[in-house]
Design a binder for this molecule. Sequence first.
Ligand code: PCA
Length: 200
Amino acid sequence: MKTLLLTGFEPFLDHDFNPTERIVTVLNGEKIGAYEVVGRVLPVDYEMAAPELLNAVDEVKPDAVISLGLAAGRNKITPERVAINVNDGVKDNTGRIPVDEPIVEGGNAAYFSTLPIRQMVNRLQEVGIPAEISNTAGTYLCNNVMYTLLHDFEEKGVNVPSGFIHVPASFELAVESGRWPSWPLETIQRAVEIMIEVLD
Ligand code: PCA
């Protein structure tokens, strides 16, 4: 059986709950499709998130990596097409606000996801779950970890599918703030399982 590293993020900004944290915790150890899932939660911290992801990859030696993040305001499951070499965001959980910084000094401008994002979106739509490819992962932590891992794999010549998927807010967040379109957590989790089933 192959191993999938599935990462989520801790809560951040004014979101007291992060559906991706819950999903990776629940799916940790589960067997889905061809994969056994190793779930890890990353900190929302520009200094620590990517190193923790790279350490997890060293330790787990996964056959594929899917990173998940919350995109409150989106109303679809959105696999990201591309990560860019920029940190420029609102503050992380340590209070840091980078402006126009490269993630990797001298690194490529961008990397494309190496996950089967088109098949993932098609499969979700077939089962009636709204999904589309997103062409921007932003310039916050989600873009940061996606860029860093794709860069690392490219540098090392590692051929492991990897990329990032944003998910909508779940009911827990909407009950709290009322500001976001929201989905049941179970549906977001089911969507993640279906996307794992799409992997070879
Ligand atoms: N979403 C943020 C960071 C953590 C998360 O879950 C993002 O979209 O960058």
